[in-house]
Design a binder for this molecule. Structure first.
Ligand SMILES: [Zn+2]
Length: 266
């Protein structure tokens, strides 16, 4: 049996508060087999553990987003949304849940040089390094955000020899992605807006078939500009990947489901 999978979504976002049950019914009816909901900090991490109890399709991933990772040194008037908490305590919580196999992955984690400046890079890297270590010790995949720090992220993952990795919404050099996929078998999840993104189309044509996954990053990155994204939109992504690779839809669905099972469920 194969199903559709969304390995990166944020169903704890307030945009989903009013109609989550309907959204989950659409996902189930659409043939989805797993929705990996990613955490950003203490609040979403705990909400995700609850959601996973309520919906069998939801798999919990707990993480610390790069902005949250440096919350203790950001100015009080920092322009973006940022939860304030003690990072050391949250790392301990994630470690406990990971080692107890209460979660399917560690994520969302990573490095961000788009919203954050170089004065935060050393601390971002310390937190990422600790999270890589947790994922390795728990034998869980790591779901990685990299924005304007793609080369450094790949370098750190390689230096720590992290075996199970999914790069989410990767926008770095395609050559580096293909090299990393070939050398380490790391996966790259293709977002639902691949239908209107030349760089994601090219990424999904050049990666080895075994390294392709699907994601939404919902509510963001919708295939239709100006609308809310949701997990069932991966059905369209699989269709798009099939066209780009010259596969039939069933084969594309099966391949991506197998990749999910190999990385997350073994
Ligand atoms: Zn995300």
């Amino acid at each position: 049996m194969s199903f559709y999978v969304d390995v990166h979504t944020h169903l704890t976002h307030p945009d989903f508060a009013a109609d989550l049950a309907e959204l989950m019914a659409r996902a189930k009816a659409g043939g989805m087999g797993a929705i990996v909901v990613n955490g950003l900090g203490p609040q979403s991490n705990r909400e995700i553990l609850q959601l996973a109890q309520s919906y069998p399709l939801i798999k919990a991933a707990l993480g610390i987003y790069p902005i949250e990772a440096v919350n203790e040194i950001l100015p009080k008037d920092f322009a973006l949304r940022c939860e304030r908490f003690t990072v050391k305590d949250e790392l301990q919580f994630i470690e406990k849940m990971a080692l107890a196999k209460q979660i399917c992955a560690v994520g969302e984690v990573g490095l961000d040089g788009f919203h954050l400046g170089p004065e935060t890079f050393a601390l971002q890297e310390d937190v990422l390094s600790a999270l890589i270590d947790i994922a390795k010790r728990a034998d869980l995949p790591l779901i990685v955000h990299s924005r304007k720090r793609e080369e450094r992220v790949l370098e750190m993952l390689a230096a720590q020899a992290c075996p199970k990795v999914n790069l989410h919404c990767y926008s770095g050099k395609i050559k580096s992605a293909v090299q990393a996929a070939e050398k380490w078998s790391w996966c790259f999840s293709i977002p639902a807006n691949v239908n209107r993104s030349q760089s994601f189309q090219s990424l999904c044509q050049k990666l080895p078939a075994e390294c392709l996954l699907t994601e939404t990053d919902a509510p963001y990155l919708s295939p239709v500009p100006g609308t809310r994204n949701e997990p069932v939109n991966v059905v369209g992504t699989v269709q798009c990947i099939a066209q780009l690779r010259g596969w039939d839809r069933e084969y594309a669905q099966q391949k991506i489901w197998e990749n999910y099972v190999r990385l997350f469920d073994s």
